[in-house]
Design a protein around this ligand. Structure first.
Ligand code: S3P
Length: 196
C-alpha cells in the first residue's frame, strides 16, 4: 500500500516559496536510506517543480547501476560523475534534487554544492532508521558485505557533522512522508519568506 499523499500546499505559500527561491535549486542531502528520493519527489510535486535524482541521472548517462560503476570504475570516478551531474542540475534553476548520500561529504561534490546558490536541506535520520530502511537492499556498494550496522554507525559518526552545514535540517525518523513534506515546506517558507 502506498503512503497517503500530503495535503496540497496553498497556492500563495507555494508561489511565495518558488518566487523567493529566485532560480535556486533545493538539494536534499543526508545518509543513504534517509528518504531523499521519496521526499524529494513528493516535495517537487507539492511545489510544482521538476525533480531529479543524481544517482538515477548517473545510471542513465552511463548505462550502468551505481554498484557496477563502483565495481568497474571505482568510487573516485563515481564522485567525479556525481559532481558533474550536481553542477549541471543545480544550474537548471528552481528544481528539486535528491543527491546521493556522499555528495555533501566528499570534497569535490561538497564544494560544488557549497559554492552553488542551491539551498541544501538535510534529511536527518538515526542509524537505526537507516539500518531498518537499507537492510534488505543490495543497491549500495558502501554498505555491502558483513557488519551492516557497524558500517552505518561509522558513516553516521563521520558524516552528520558535515550534513550539519546544510541550510535546513528536517527530521525524518518514523514519520509519514507527507508529515516530513509539510515540515520541509514550513522550513522552506520560514527560511525563504518569513525570515529570509
Ligand atoms: C552513497 C549513496 C548512494 C549512492 C552511492 C554512494 C554514499 O545514494 O550515491 O551508493 O556515499 O552515501 P543514496 O544516498 O541515494 O542511497
Amino acid at each position: 500500500m502506498s503512503a497517503p499523499h500530503p495535503p496540497p500546499v496553498p497556492d500563495a505559500q507555494r508561489e511565495a516559496i518558488v518566487a523567493a527561491l529566485d532560480g535556486r535549486a533545493i538539494v536534499l542531502v543526508g545518509m543513504m536510506g534517509a528518504g531523499k528520493s521519496q521526499i524529494g519527489r513528493r516535495l517537487s510535486n507539492l511545489l510544482q517543480l521538476p525533480f531529479f535524482d543524481t544517482d538515477k541521472q548517473i545510471e542513465q548517462a552511463q548505462g550502468q547501476s551505481i554498484s557496477e560503476i563502483f565495481a568497474e570504475k571505482g568510487e573516485e570516478a563515481f564522485r567525479k560523475s556525481e559532481t558533474t551531474v550536481l553542477l549541471e542540475l543545480t544550474a537548471r534553476g528552481s528544481v528539486v534534487i535528491a543527491a546521493g548520500g556522499g555528495a555533501f561529504v566528499h570534497a569535490t561534490p561538497r564544494h560544488a554544492l557549497l559554492t552553488s546558490p542551491a539551498l541544501t536541506l538535510w534529511l536527518k535520520v538515526s542509524a537505526q532508521t537507516i539500518y531498518l530502511r537499507v537492510k534488505n537492499s543490495n543497491q549500495r556498494p558502501l554498505l555491502a558485505g558483513a557488519g551492516l550496522r557497524t558500517k552505518i554507525d561509522k558513516l553516521v559518526a563521520e558524516r552528520d557533522q558535515l550534513y550539519l552545514s546544510a541550510d535546513l535540517a528536517i527530521d525524518n525518523n518514523g514519520k509519514q512522508p507527507w508529515v516530513t513534506c509539510q515540515a520541509a515546506i514550513a522550513a522552506l517558507h520560514g527560511h525563504l519568506v518569513s525570515d529570509p
